[in-house]
Design a protein around this ligand. Structure first.
Ligand code: 13P
Ligand code: SF4
Length: 355
């Protein structure tokens, strides 16, 4: 790829020279951006963008947060921090940077905005929603509360800011069980929303009756609802001794057949700490790419699906959001909603063990 040095474009960041692209390609390869889809010409194109994003980021005093489902070149090439929903909330809450570019989906960027009043939060792919977040409105939550007076609302972080504002406490895949346990110590019934399957998996784990002690909503993740439990038996025959790990948004029937169920942070820890001849990761494909780059000596068998929302972000859009954010890329949460949603998020930090 031919890239001429230039004095500076609209945003003031010049193009890298061929030598600088070469150095950036080496940095990316050392960082694990390798494998199918990352041949030399592709890496050079990626390098030309990551080089400019890194400089622009410094110039603008911005940080880039990336969820583990993001593309490898985003996570390994430009992100300042990466993690599951809980870790990203925590890190965004503590960043000294003036601007946050959120590579993930809208509810995550909104959470960053709620936790960082006064800072600019950009979502490079403004259309990046989430089927769970879109399954429930604030009005639905108010109706549920009226139907079940006295039952606290425990909302999964995959919800819009307005839904968080109606909730008592927010949970993520990594702390939902321990926070629910604390809520059940004080309340006979709890409303958990919007992920029905995660709710059923948690009710099973906590020995609670779904629909009675744990009031549920019918939201589903479009990615995890697509996995079929019959595939587990097929893969077990094909890969004897393999460990099968599934995200807790998978169905209870699926959860019963696998070796481990949890959030992406817990799944990554399992891979790190437990030896197995093969690992099957039943979740979004980006997670497997990241695991492969973190543990190059371990064997991973693909059993994943793509999240169209998570994959809407790419380097070009990150660059554009940093250089010249468009109005729809700027994430704003109104003050009255933000204040109430922040209270529910702070409750989560307070109730999280080893948070
Ligand atoms: P984690 O917090 O486990 O990364 O989950 C986020 C998500 O959207 C899973 O589909
Ligand atoms: Fe939402 Fe599912 Fe995509 Fe996660 S994987 S962002 S839950 S649609």
């Amino acid at each position: 790829m031919k890239a001429e040095p230039a004095e500076g474009g609209r945003d003031g960041v010049r193009e890298p020279t061929q030598a600088e692209i070469g150095e950036e390609v080496d940095r990316l390869s050392e960082n694990g951006v390798a494998g199918p889809g990352y041949d030399e010409p592709a890496l050079e194109k990626i390098a030309a963008l990551t080089w400019r994003i890194s400089r622009l980021k410094e110039e603008k005093n911005a940080v880039i947060a990336a969820h583990v489902y993001q593309r490898l070149e985003v996570i390994r090439g430009v992100a300042d921090f990466t993690g599951d929903s809980y870790r990203l909330s925590l890190l965004c809450a503590g960043t000294p940077a003036e601007k946050i570019v959120f590579c993930g989906v809208r509810f995550m960027a909104e959470t960053a905005a709620i936790l960082n009043p006064g800072k600019a939060v950009y979502l490079p792919a403004p259309e990046a929603g989430c089927s769970l977040a879109e399954s429930i409105s604030a009005e639905d939550v108010r109706r549920l509360k009226a139907q079940h007076p006295g039952a606290p609302v425990v909302a999964y972080i995959n919800t819009a800011a307005e839904v968080k504002a109606e909730s008592d406490v927010i949970v993520t895949s990594s702390n939902a069980a321990s926070i629910l346990k604390k809520m059940f110590a004080r309340h006979p019934r709890v409303i958990f929303l919007p992920d029905e399957w995660m709710g059923r998996n948690l009710a099973q784990e906590l020995g609670k009756e779904a629909g009675v002690e744990m009031i549920l909503w019918e939201g589903k993740c479009v990615v995890h609802e697509g996995f079929k439990e019959a595939d587990v038996d097929y893969y077990r025959r094909l890969y004897p001794g393999a460990k099968i790990l599934a995200h807790s948004e998978c169905s209870p029937a699926f959860a019963r057949r696998v070796d481990f169920i949890g959030g992406t942070g817990d799944m990554m820890r399992f891979i790190e700490q437990r030896e197995a001849p093969h690992y099957l990761l039943v979740t979004e494909c980006g997670f497997g790419d990241l695991a492969r780059s973190r543990f190059p000596r371990k064997q991973f068998v693909p059993m994943c699906r793509l999240c169209p929302y998570m994959k809407a972000t790419d380097l070009r859009r990150i660059y554009d959001a940093l250089a010249d954010p468009q109005p729809d890329q700027i994430v704003r949460v109104g003050d009255s909603v933000a204040v109430r949603a922040r209270r529910a998020l702070e409750k989560m930090f307070e109730l999280t063990d080893n948070g």
